[in-house]
Design a binder for this molecule. Structure first.
Ligand SMILES: C[S@@+](CC[C@H](N)C(=O)[O-])C[C@H]1O[C@@H](n2cnc3c(N)ncnc32)[C@H](O)[C@@H]1O
Length: 305
């Protein structure tokens, strides 16, 4: 037990030791990086903003109050027992913005950045900028909010079934988009099985320029990290029907009634089921393009008529 009070430097050292001895770390570098971020939270309280890395090291000799260290120590212990760093820090960077995240909402992933980058690229290459988009499964709001930031005349209608996710998305929309948040309309899904009912009830007659979704698509037979299974919301990971293709089947079958003739569909997909998902869309008369990630695995699908 370290005598209190301690310095920022000692807090960093203790945090590093705790994380290293938890045996969960991918590498020493990862442990150091996480320790820096967790200890930076102490300075964040003092400075009123998250410190830069250099500022952490400039403050190594600063004293940490016993109360502040006890709070940090509790958080470090939660990290050592496997809670995702992003939930403990309360944020995750996604493309151009820092998003608030908390348990109850999926932590945004780099695969989804690939999808959003592809959507922006394709929408920018159109002769007419997009006016209306649909998103299914808003989560923290990363997809809709990045698109609304990229296209200033765009409006998005996005559905979400989870109360916690909806609340966080609304916070992210107002902190990132400011008054532009009014261009995001949130529709609450009645239950997790229904995909389009809320659009039928609330947005009858819309003809959107595109539909985008990173739906729940995991299958129990997939290899899934324990940290994900233990901490991230099941509603964001698995379709409640336990058919991992549920959302793709729904979207390929039912989205036409909400889309303009020249609209495109963009969905994130699990690479190991790409062929089946292509099959679902082609059966419904869509022409399909797969978008690979940097390792060559198909992680996004674009469909048009
Ligand atoms: C994989 S997460 C994606 C979240 C966010 N769009 C992202 O990319 O980080 C899927 C989201 O869909 C929501 N969801 C699940 N079933 C739904 C349904 N039937 N209608 C609307 N949203 C649903 C979940 O609560 C979750 O927030």
């Amino acid at each position: 037990m370290q005598a209190l009070p301690i310095t920022i430097g000692e807090a960093l050292q203790l945090t590093r030791q705790t994380l290293l001895s938890s045996g969960r770390a991918a590498s020493e570098d990862a442990v150091l990086q996480e320790s820096e971020l967790l200890v930076s939270k102490i300075l964040e309280v003092r400075m009123g903003r998250f410190p830069k890395r250099a500022e952490l090291y400039q403050n190594l000799l600063e004293e940490v109050s016993p109360q502040s260290w006890l709070t940090t120590e509790r958080i470090v212990n939660r990290r050592a027992s496997g809670e995702p760093l992003q939930y403990l820090l309360g944020s995750q960077v996604f493309l151009n913005h820092d998003y608030r995240v908390a348990s109850g909402v999926l932590i945004p992933r780099p695969e989804t950045e690939l999808v959003v980058t592809e959507v922006i690229k394709r929408l920018q290459s159109r002769t007419r900028p997009p006016k209306m988009g649909i998103e299914i499964g808003l989560g923290s709001g990363v997809i809709s909010i990045e698109l609304l930031s990229a296209f200033t005349n765009l409006r998005m209608i996005a559905s979400e079934v989870s109360d916690s996710a909806a609340a966080i998305a609304e916070q992210n929309a107002s902190s990132i988009l400011k008054e532009g948040a009014s261009r995001l309309q949130l529709l609450r899904a009645r239950n997790a099985l229904e995909v389009f009912d809320t659009f039928r009830e609330n947005s009858e007659g819309i003809r959107a320029d595109f539909l985008v979704s990173n739906p729940p698509y995991l299958d129990l037979s997939d290899e899934i990290e324990t940290q994900v299974l233990e901490h991230e919301p099941p509603l964001a990971l698995f379709p409640v029907s336990m058919d991992s293709l549920h959302f793709y089947a729904e979207i390929s079958r039912n989205s036409k009634e909400f889309l303009a003739e020249d609209a495109e569909i963009f969905v994130e997909i699990p690479s190991n089921r790409a062929e089946q998902i292509v099959g679902l869309f082609e059966t419904e008369g869509w022409q399909v393009v797969l978008v690979p990630d940097l390792t060559g695995r198909s992680r996004a699908l674009v469909a048009h008529r």
